[in-house]
Design a protein around this ligand. Structure first.
Ligand code: RIB
Length: 333
């Protein structure tokens, strides 16, 4: 920095003000300093600068499964908006392990990120509350954290479960299986409540043997479908609470010699891009993944500018996307 100051004929303090934008500098002096930086190839120390400015222009993003296209698609929108605003993103994958989520939360604080996006956070409030107390800007996406007043971007999961099941009932299905997500995940429970509401409003009795626990992974959809199809009175349709499990369900049906949708209709949830390209293409419930990522990042950037504004809760709608994996129930010939 001293060499730059000498080359530009200014004080080291002026060079610092130009680099850190901590005080207005005349255009003439700024131009001389920037020219000297260019000529000398000076690289200001980003960490030292960030410690002084208390901003690193980085955002932390914590998510439970980076291999799941739903999270990858949300993450891509977060990165795009962050980059547009001059922020880089540190992605932390937790595999749904709360311990790992806590470790990554501490790591991001140590790295002095300017804000943290929790995508589908674990169901613990303590670490989120602790960040709030440290005035670390936080936005929660996809999964509500009970009893924590924090900026949130959620989707109407119950509405999605209702739409999926109504669609199958309109196709004359009455024995409708439901493959749920992990038991401790609010979106899954909300989707199942929508499934139950659709049955109830159509006078279809709830048969608990048709509800099977999954974990949002392909394999659990496969296993749950094999279980359902082995029942003495198997379902003619299945609502899977995410697309990966729905794809696993199609594989299981095929393996048992059943055709989808002729013998078994299947609906998923998320509308990942892959849903259009599997065969048969997947009827599913679309989540506004791009909008979730954009809105959450914008809320975080606004929170960084104004830490005292009241928390906001945005609930986005879901929609049914009919494709090839559902059809009218085949009546006995
Ligand atoms: O596919 C992963 C699921 O976990 C999605 O439905 C998303 O809502 C998250 O909760």
């Amino acid at each position: 920095m001293r060499d730059v100051a000498e080359r530009a004929g200014v004080s080291v303090t002026t060079v610092s003000h130009v680099i850190n934008e901590t005080r207005p500098v005349s255009d003439e002096l700024r131009t001389r300093v920037l020219a000297a930086i260019e000529e000398l190839g000076y690289q200001p120390n980003a960490l030292a600068r960030s410690l002084r400015r208390k901003k690193t222009h980085t955002i932390g993003m914590i998510l439970p499964d980076s291999a799941n296209p739903f999270f990858a698609e949300v993450a891509r929108s977060i990165e795009a908006v962050s980059f547009e605003h001059g922020y880089s993103v540190i992605l932390c994958n937790t595999d749904g392990d709360l311990e790992k989520e806590l470790l990554y939360t501490d790591l991001l604080v140590e790295k002095r990120v300017d804000g943290i996006l929790f995508v589908a956070a674990g169901m613990s409030a303590e670490h989120i509350l602790a960040l709030e107390e440290q005035h670390m800007p936080v936005v929660v996406i996809d999964r509500d954290i009970p009893d924590v007043a924090v900026d949130s971007v959620l989707t109407d999961n119950a509405q999605g479960g209702l739409l999926a099941t109504r669609h199958l009932i309109e196709l004359n299905h009455r024995r409708i299986g439901c493959i749920t997500g992990p038991s401790d995940v609010t979106p899954s429970a909300e989707r199942v409540s929508g499934y139950q509401q659709a049955l109830q409003e159509n006078g279809i009795p709830l048969d608990e043997t048709l509800i099977v626990r999954g974990d949002f992974q392909y394999e659990s959809g496969y296993r749950a479908t094999r279980h359902l199809l082995a029942l003495s009175d198997p379902p003619t349709a299945i609502f899977a609470c995410n697309d990966l499990m729905a794809i696993g369900a199609v594989c299981a049906a095929r393996e048992l010699g059943l055709s989808v949708p002729e013998d078994l209709s299947i609906v998923g949830f998320d509308d990942i891009r892959l849903a259009s390209f599997v065969n048969p293409s997947l009827t599913t419930i679309a989540q506004p993944k791009h909008e979730m990522g954009v809105l959450a990042t914008q809320m975080l950037l606004e929170r960084m500018q104004d830490r005292d504004r009241p928390p906001r809760r945005q609930m986005l709608s879901t929609s049914l996307v009919p494709r090839q994996s559902t059809a009218t129930r085949r009546t006995e010939i």
